[in-house]
Design a protein around this ligand. Structure first.
Ligand SMILES: NC(=O)c1ccc[n+]([C@@H]2O[C@H](COP(=O)([O-])OP(=O)(O)OC[C@H]3O[C@@H](n4cnc5c(N)ncnc54)[C@H](OP(=O)(O)O)[C@@H]3O)[C@@H](O)[C@H]2O)c1
Length: 235
């Protein structure tokens, strides 16, 4: 296991953010209906990321829309069944459905919530309170590190990707881009969250790798602390 990173605000896990998007940058179909955008090759890549993580984090919006199991699909890796990472759900208001797969007993689960939630969860679910109305990402990452999470995969959805990428508290961000367009007004983009009004509010990344994977491509980015040079066209 690699050593955890020291962020500007203290220890946190090593964080790998990953998603699959259409070529127009959408994570799902209209109104957030689940889209299976990963190619077979990308599915295997994601399983290796899951296998190598201590925890997999998603937002409650993803749990409501997709009901993911967040387990490692060992059969896709051709490996014997091993340990499943801890599932982490960011759920500030306590709206994870009672029947959600992430609440089953096949793996450990942490629900990160806020003080406004009065929701009770089953005894096998660990609840951590990080924030007044929303889950504060820096505090959550510190708490997860304290709980022994050294490497974590963040899988989405659009609001979580926005919060984590805007926080800068990640080490690597990979996007699989499928050769498919979705369009429309309600399909979630890679980044939801606050509006961007100008270059001072963009999420700036450094491209460190690009790879063709089946019919799609995987771009790998790291956080960028210095803003990129933007070339203005002569008027
Ligand atoms: N293609 C992919 O790789 C991929 C992967 C995952 C998901 N998805 C898609 O993404 C969509 C779901 O995305 P989403 O944006 O609706 O939901 P989300 O990002 O999964 O969850 C967002 C929710 O988490 C809660 N939250 C609490 N604190 C937060 C914080 N600090 N930052 C962000 N969220 C916080 C909020 O709900 P409360 O206010 O109730 O706490 C918020 O509405 C679905 O359509 C799903 O299919 C796609």
């Amino acid at each position: 296991m690699e050593p955890s990173r020291e962020s500007g605000r203290g220890a946190r896990p090593e964080v790998w953010v990953n998603c699959a998007a259409s070529f127009d940058g959408r994570l799902a179909y209209a109104d957030g209906a689940r889209a299976r955008l990963s190619s077979p090759e990308d599915l295997v890549r994601v399983q290796t990321l899951r296998r190598d993580s201590d925890a997999i984090l998603v937002g409650v919006g993803t749990v409501v829309k997709d009901d993911p199991s967040l387990r490692v699909h060992w059969e896709l890796l051709g490996e014997p069944v091993g340990r499943n990472p801890t599932r982490v759900v960011v759920d500030g208001s306590g709206r994870t459905p009672e029947s959600a797969r992430v609440l089953d007993t096949t793996a450990s689960t942490i629900v990160a919530t806020s003080r406004r939630s009065t929701r009770r969860f089953p005894a096998h679910v660990r609840v951590v309170v990080c924030g007044e109305r929303r889950v504060e990402i820096p505090e959550l990452f510190r708490r997860l590190h304290d709980l022994g999470v050294q490497r974590m995969l963040v899988e989405g959805g659009a609001e979580i990707l926005s919060s984590v990428l805007r926080s800068g508290l990640f080490d690597r961000f990979t996007v699989y881009t499928a050769p498919v367009g979705i369009g429309g007004a309600t399909a979630p983009p890679i980044l939801a969250g606050p509006e961007t009004h100008g270059p001072d509010e963009t999420v700036d990344l450094r491209l460190v790798g690009i790879e063709r994977l089946g019919e799609g491509l995987v771009a790998t980015y790291t956080p960028r602390r210095d803003p990129p040079a933007r070339t203005a066209l002569p008027r």
